[in-house]
Design a binder for this molecule. Structure first.
Ligand code: HEM
Length: 134
């Protein structure tokens, strides 16, 4: 068991925010077909409610991610760690940009591309995050 200290809080907050950003997107995708049956405005209302949770979580991910970087003695890590971290940060950016594009798009194609980028980027960042910590 790791000590009960600030490092534990750092990882806890990072993982908590990841569960909301990543898990929330998959949950939303899963419930949208049902929500559509509640009326023409229902999906947009649920999506707006989700955004009010998801974007603060993304902010916490970036803040605690920077906190992670300050704590891990990055210079002592092997090249493989730096490569995985670089790819993870590209995926984080893709996830954030994809989600933002999804929020503002009006066309079905742009909505689908933005949504896919948000989900795939988030999943990849989650996978590499667990690998980095491992
Ligand atoms: C979609 C956004 C993100 C997701 C889903 C995510 C997910 C994760 C997860 C699940 C871990 C493993 C925690 C553990 O097993 O203890 C992790 C670790 C890490 N994350 Fe993130 N993260 C994201 C964004 C970021 C950002 C923006 C940064 C840097 C600015 C970052 C830097 C790190 C670092 C350096 C670690 C390793 C920490 C350690 O070994 O102590 N992450 N991330």
């Amino acid at each position: 068991m790791v000590p009960f200290d600030l490092q534990l809080i750092r990882i806890f907050l990072h993982v908590l925010a990841a569960t909301i950003w990543v898990g929330g997107q998959f949950t939303l995708a899963g419930v949208v077909p049902t929500v559509r049956g509640f009326g023409p405005e229902a999906t947009a209302k649920v999506a707006r409610a989700f955004n009010r949770l998801a974007w603060p979580a993304f902010g916490v991910l970036v803040l605690t991610g920077v906190w992670n970087l300050l704590e891990i003695q990055i210079g002592d890590r092997p090249t493989s760690y730096h490569m995985a971290l670089g790819i993870k940060l590209v995926l984080v950016a893709a996830s954030g940009i994809g989600a933002a594009a999804h929020v503002v798009s009006r066309s079905k194609v742009a909505l689908a591309i933005g949504g896919s980028l948000a989900g795939i980027g988030a999943l990849g960042a989650l996978f590499l995050g667990v690998w980095l910590h491992g």
